[in-house]
Design a protein around this ligand. Structure first.
Ligand code: NAD
Length: 458
């Protein structure tokens, strides 16, 4: 996550040299403003830490470390998930909170950035104990949470069940006050938004499709005339039948795969998918609906043997899981874990376009190597914002107690992501920076301008 800090500082340097940015700042005050902004963006506003007192079912009392980091509320109330994981720590939560500030600013959501963590392996606790941990989290952090203060959502190890419990506890503590929009990612019946589950996977595929189909096709002429190497990567691939490989077939990867399978606009086929156990490959394109149905019936896992595949009438070869990353494909969608492309496999990557569905799936060194090679990387901050965008719609729906149809939610999601892409892409294809840098420049510029206008830089 040092990379995040480096990109923020580089972005600030770039915008400080632009005289159109805060034009009333003279050269000396620009230097001061730069230092102030580095300080403000690199540190969180608040780090809240507690040791939750939890009574286990066997009668023992344990202390469970829990955090809520509130990075910035410049643009609006803090917003970000709560992670339940045995290795989660304060530094990780603080970095994720910062990423939320930048992501929300990039997509023009009226939120700041926050993140929470509870240091447990949820699989080691009973349902009753998990329910108690969720209630205690809300009780201990009660003063700092709320629909206009800080609105948590699910993250690794948490889901709609935990958000339902937490909202229920918030409601108990605050009788008669608004509560529906105190947490997002809730179940539909309990005030969640239709489409929230599919939102990140749909958004990930949308960013790719919009860039390669709508944007590249509409802007073909001037893209062809620029010297920009990324523009040529995009142009050279926009007319081909693209071969896609997707790492991870969970909530995000399976939805992105289905979107690709059903897409009529773009000529593409998903030739490989993987999960924690296996990679499946079919040169002519995999039967994605068949695989989605299989995972629904089999606890989320892909079929792991030729026999199992035959039994379900699915035509594919079973291969080594990690070989997916180095296949001869046009596009890689990374939808599993962080740090998947690193210095040991970066030279073997053949894809010309990589979409980051997971957060940070490419290490700093590999990112630089691939960008220098002209590989077009659609970064996490741009590609995987579908979840927080639909969380925003859930928050608005809770406020108004009026609910949107699924079609309305997806239309708003795609309009929002299109708005961001239309702001970023013309700039990106005109200058030599990678797309990640462009996104950060845009986000940091927006945050800096608002901080300046709010008088936070004096
Ligand atoms: P998930 O748990 O539903 O699915 C993860 C998938 O990755 C599973 O299929 C799992 O088997 C697979 N996997 C694990 N290790 C693997 C490996 N080494 N190689 C290949 N596959 C492997 O999670 P998800 O909700 O689909 O999220 C995927 C990633 O995206 C996570 O890192 C998550 O933090 C991130 N993310 C998710 C959302 C969201 O809204 N779902 C939003 C932003 C970021």
């Amino acid at each position: 996550m040092q990379r995040q800090q480096t990109i923020i500082e580089e972005s600030l340097k770039a915008i400080m040299e632009d005289e159109e940015f805060l034009p009333d700042l003279k050269s000396q005050t620009r230097e001061q403003a730069y230092k102030s902004l580095v300080a403000l963006l690199s540190t969180p506003n608040h780090v809240h830490k507690s040791f939750l007192r939890v009574a286990l079912e066997n009668g023992t009392i344990v202390r469970v470390p829990a955090f809520r980091v509130q990075h910035s509320d410049t643009v609006g109330p803090y917003k970000g998930g709560i992670r339940f994981h045995e290795s989660v720590n304060e530094e990780e939560v603080a970095n994720l909170a910062k990423l939320m500030t930048l992501k929300n600013a990039l997509h023009e959501l009226p939120f700041g950035g926050g993140k929470g963590g509870v240091v447990i392996n949820p699989k080691e606790y009973s349902v009753k104990e998990l329910n108690l941990i969720c209630k205690k989290y809300v009780q201990y952090f009660n003063d700092i949470l709320g629909p206009d203060k800080d609105i948590p959502a699910p993250d690794v190890g948490t889901g709609e069940r935990e958000m339902d419990w937490m909202m229920g506890e918030f409601k108990n503590i605050h009788p008669g006050e608004p509560y529906r929009n105190s947490f997002t990612g809730k179940s539909i019946v309990n005030g969640g938004s239709l489409g929230r589950r599919e939102s990140t996977g749909k958004g990930v595929y949308f960013t790719f499709r919009y860039m390669m189909h709508d944007f590249v096709k509409e802007n073909k002429k001037w893209l062809g005339e620029t010297e920009n190497r990324f523009a040529h990567t995009a142009l050279d691939h926009s007319d081909q039948k693209l071969k896609i490989a997707i790492q991870g077939f969970g909530n995000l990867g399976s939805v992105a795969a289905l979107e690709a399978y059903q897409c009529d606009d773009l000529q593409n086929k998903v030739v490989a998918v993987s999960d924690a156990g296996v990679m499946l490959y079919n040169e002519d394109g995999l039967d994605i609906p068949g695989l989605v149905q299989y995972t629904k019936d089999n606890d989320g896992d892909l079929p792991a043997s030729e026999e199992e595949l035959r039994h379900h009438d699915i035509n594919a070869d079973v291969k080594e899981r990690d070989d997916l990353l180095t296949l001869d494909v046009d596009v890689l969608i990374l939808a599993a874990l962080e740090d998947q492309i690193h210095n040991e496999n970066m030279e073997d990557i053949q894809a010309k376009l990589i979409v980051e569905g997971a957060n940070g799936p490419i290490t700093e060194e590999a990112d630089k190597y691939l960008a220098d090679k002209g590989v077009l990387i659609v970064p996490d901050i741009l590609a995987n914002a579908g979840g927080v965008i639909v969380s925003y719609y859930e928050w608005v729906q809770g406020r108004e107690a009026q609910f949107l149809t699924e079609d309305e939610v997806f239309k708003r999601l795609f309009d929002k992501m299109k708005g961001t892409m239309d702001t970023i892409l013309p700039q990106f294809f005109s200058d030599p920076f990678p797309l990640r840098q462009n996104c950060y420049i845009h986000s940091v510029m927006k945050l800096s301008t608002i901080m300046y206008r709010q008088g936070k830089l004096y």
